[in-house]
Design a protein around this ligand. Structure first.
Ligand code: NAP
Length: 261
């Protein structure tokens, strides 16, 4: 399977991001390395890491040893809040740890605690992209007002906002605010805020002969929301990637959306 076999979303004319990615928070050391290798073997072509996760070396080693071409794997990392003012140094450290020349996406992990620092940090991300250290730049955990502040100051909107998202957190208005601004919504922690025994999810899962977890992931993809489930369990890693052989009806999508109201 190559990246082109999976649904992607455009971040710019020449950068496409797979809608399904693999989360790596708390997947560290040898276990993290094995999990990323298993994920790439299972068909994921997008890996989400961060300086804060302390696993960039293992993620990079797995990507390099996977046998896949570098251009077929989308890699995201993130700038932690305590590196404000040391942005360039931080992405250079990330690239060294990953053993890569460039990442595909670099995110501000959290808005800087001093609101006045947000725009200068964003300018540093844009500069890193212009220098070729990352192909695209975005943010994480930003509300819409803060997104607009960056765009108004620089004329460039973040390509992506990575925020907590799941059926129970579904917010049509917030999703629309991202779409209207051309900002891709990337959801994190799809399972942590989901009751996988919810009768709506179990009914829909049974109708398609899949698991409620697979329904949750497919629901994101059908909304064109990027989703990055994490697992260190080989069976789950594979099952979470196996979401393209069924699709949800419009009515099922509405029933799942309704869990967020
Ligand atoms: N930007 C941010 O601030 C931020 C914050 C949080 C997370 N993230 C990113 O988003 C990724 C995903 O979020 P997350 O790790 O918080 O949570 P998650 O992916 O919602 O949940 C991970 C948990 O669910 C379990 N799990 C995985 N597949 C399952 C399945 N099919 N059925 C039942 N349980 C399953 C995992 O267990 P096992 O591992 O034991 O299999 C693990 O305990 C992170 O890894 C990270 O890359 C970003």
């Amino acid at each position: 399977m190559t990246r082109l076999d999976q649904p992607t979303v455009a971040l710019s004319d020449d950068v496409r991001m797979p809608l399904l990615g693999f989360g790596t928070w708390q997947a560290t050391g040898e276990q993290g390395y094995e999990a990323v290798l298993a994920a790439l073997d299972a068909g994921y072509r997008h890996i989400d890491t961060a300086t804060m996760y302390g696993n960039e070396a293992e993620v990079g080693r797995a990507v390099r040893e996977s046998g896949l071409r570098r251009e077929d794997v989308f890699v995201t990392t993130k700038l932690p809040p305590d590196r404000v003012g040391r942005e360039r140094e931080t992405i250079e450290q990330s690239l060294r740890a990953l053993g890569l020349d460039q990442v595909d996406l670099w995110l501000i992990h959290w808005p800087p605690s001093a609101g006045s620092e947000s725009v200068p940090v964003w300018r540093e991300l844009l500069a890193a992209r212009d220098a070729g250290l990352t192909r695209a730049v975005g943010v994480s955990n930003y509300d819409t007002t803060r997104l607009d502040e960056l765009t108004e100051a620089t004329g460039e909107a973040p390509a992506v906002n990575q925020i907590k998202w799941s059926p129970s957190l579904y917010d049509r208005q917030r999703h629309r605010e991202h779409r209207d601004r051309g900002i891709v919504l990337e959801g994190y922690s799809p399972f942590k805020s989901t009751d996988l025994a919810d009768p709506v999810l179990t009914r829909i899962a049974a109708a398609h002969d899949v698991s409620p977890a697979q329904v949750v992931l497919r629901w994101h993809v059908d909304h064109e929301i990027v989703v990055i489930p994490k697992s260190v369990t080989p069976d789950r890693i594979r099952a979470n990637a196996d979401i393209f052989s069924f699709s949800l009806t419009a009515e099922e999508m509405r029933d799942i959306d309704a869990l967020g109201r």
